[in-house]
Write a protein of this length. Sequence first.
Length: 131
Amino acid sequence: VAFRSISDLDPGATTGGVDQVFLFDVPSSRLRQITANPSGVFSLSLDEGGERTAYETDGAVHLNSPAEGRDRVLLELPPLGPIPPFAAAPHLSADGKKVSVVSTIDPDTSVRNEDLNPELCLIDVESGDAT
């Protein structure tokens, strides 16, 4: 089970009063905090096997693989003034191989999205390629 909370639920970590991601393993009854972003986590998606989470924070889409002990940025986009780069939460595919996100900024930052209409981006988890 994955969820967000501002409460300090894991004795070995602190949320800093902002939303962080927690994983609860039902068979072992183990709860642990898997993020520690000072600005918090704004959305969350979990793959079907519960092995990977995708989340957005500070204009970046992250992939967290607790079993591998790593968290990495898949896509980072700068805001356009007051317009946030992401218009919808990232969604991790059931198999954990792709992440979709709706963005007001083209993932190829050399291309401008002049009308700022949201665009669907698909990110390959292994290569990091965004289309």
